[in-house]
Write a protein that binds this ligand. Structure first.
Ligand SMILES: Cc1cc2nc3c(=O)[nH]c(=O)nc-3n(C[C@H](O)[C@H](O)[C@H](O)COP(=O)(O)OP(=O)(O)OC[C@H]3O[C@@H](n4cnc5c(N)ncnc54)[C@H](O)[C@@H]3O)c2cc1C
Length: 403
């Protein structure tokens, strides 16, 4: 397979010299596993003790991985990306909110984001975390009661108390209102995948939203985490159920971001882990899920959400094999803002629909997101090594020292 991701110059053309240097030193620092471990616990303690940690985060992780505090501020980033034919997925940084008033506020924020997206040329999607709109406890309580087979799906809510039933109705209403506005404004809604002990409930809500809003075109996308050993089967079951019930399936394929948390919980409870036995099993299922979606593009739209070069090249090769144009309206690539620019800009240069997942919001709201990014980038052998290598090459090309 040819590799369109080797060229560091177009990958970082959008970065000023100063931004490039900052990114280089940041990824170098994150390459030190122990530093990230220490930094993460120091940040968590500082938050607990109410120490002023936000200014430090703002100048480091936040500037690298987040677009800005408000929609207005991220407009500048979106414009910059548009100049390179790169789209944006708006990611309002709220997660793990509590209280009905906060959930309603967050709903309004999502609806505002959809309005904003529809007014821009390069913002086709917004992403949504169900935990920003619903109580974690309720999602967890319902988790064991979701059923799905080729004929359809259901959720048994009979064990809820009266007030929980009201909460449940409010929660589903909020999500359906958001999806309806999105459908009317022709903006896609990507529902993020979260921890396995609430994911069944998220899957249920998302399947219902797809049934309502994916009749003519795909508005709602579920997220499938292939680091779970049961998710390839789940993808196929979702496809069969969508076929039986007559709606189009939208999926965002990811490997999964909560691996350590999943393993720790399973070990604590003496349960078998939902995670694949090793990385190669995750890679095998991820690429099999990709192949499955690409073989059923008449019924499935897919977002290839990965920083993995092989998976990205595998997709472009399959599209060529099927004589499908790069910009076919059914296959979209996406990487997180601040990561894998070589993939994003490489794909966009070749005409593929490619986007950056662009979080925005106040520093305090995006801390869990920032800590996940720091942890993910703390392995020298993995992603960081690649980022540092590309940044180093571009630093050298622009005549800067890298030691
Ligand atoms: C646009 C976008 C949207 C995303 N949305 C979500 C979301 O909604 N929910 C979510 O959970 N994540 C989400 N992620 C994060 C994603 O799940 C991955 O954590 C991240 O992208 C790294 O995986 P990769 O495919 O990019 O690359 P790689 O570097 O090829 O893969 C790393 C991943 O492989 C898996 N892995 C690593 N070691 C092992 C092992 N020993 N055994 C089994 N598996 C292993 C883990 O999932 C790890 O994150 C998103 C990522 C992107 C780019």
């Amino acid at each position: 397979m040819e590799n369109m991701f080797e060229d560091a110059e177009p990958a970082f053309a959008y970065k000023s010299d100063n931004e490039l240097k900052k990114a280089f030193w940041m990824f170098r620092a994150m390459g030190f596993n122990q530093l990230v471990g220490l930094g993460t616990s120091a940040i968590l303690n500082a938050i607990k003790w109410k120490l002023p940690v936000n200014p430090i985060l703002k100048n480091t992780l936040y500037n690298q991985f987040v677009g800005g505090e408000t929609l207005e501020k991220i407009g500048r980033v979106a414009d910059k990306l548009a100049a390179y034919q790169v789209d944006v997925i708006l990611d309002y940084g709220a997660e793990a909110k509590t209280g009905e008033a906060n959930f309603d506020l967050t709903k309004r924020e999502f609806i505002k984001a959809i309005g904003y997206a529809s007014s821009r040329v390069n913002v086709p999607f917004v992403s949504l975390k169900v935990t920003a709109l619903a109580s974690f406890g309720l999602l967890e309580k319902l988790n064991p009661f979701f059923r799905m087979n080729a004929a359809g799906f259901s959720m048994d809510t009979t064990q809820l108390t009266e007030s929980e039933s009201r909460e449940w109705l409010n929660m589903t209403d909020r999500i359906f209102q958001i999806c309806e506005v999105a459908m009317n404004k022709q903006v896609g809604v990507l529902i993020d995948a979260e921890e396995s002990w609430i994911q069944n409930t998220i899957d249920y809500i998302t399947m219902r939203a797809m049934q309502m809003y994916n009749q003519k075109r795909v508005t709602v996308f579920n997220t499938i985490q292939l680091y779970r050993h049961d998710r390839l089967a789940f993808l196929k079951a979702s496809h069969a159920a969508a076929g039986s019930l007559g709606f189009r399936l939208g999926v965002k394929l990811v490997r999964g971001a909560y691996m350590e948390k999943e393993a720790a919980r399973a070990a604590d409870r003496n349960e078998s882990s939902p995670i694949q036995p090793d990385k190669s099993a995750t890679d095998r299922d991820y690429n099999a899920a990709l192949a499955y979606c690409l073989d059923h593009l008449n019924e499935i739209s897919v977002i290839v959400a990965t920083h993995n070069e092989f998976s990205s090249l595998y997709t472009t090769a399959k599209l060529r094999e099927q004589h499908l144009p790069a910009n076919n309206g059914k296959v979209f690539f996406s990487q997180l803002y601040g990561m894998s620019d070589n993939i994003t800009f490489g794909l966009a240069k070749e005409g593929y629909s490619t986007s950056k997942y662009l979080p925005y919001g106040p520093v305090s709201d995006v801390i869990p997101y920032l800590l996940r990014r720091a942890q993910e980038n703390s392995s020298v052998a993995g992603q960081t090594g690649r980022e540092v290598e590309l940044l180093r090459r571009e630093m050298k090309r622009r005549g800067f020292t890298t030691f």
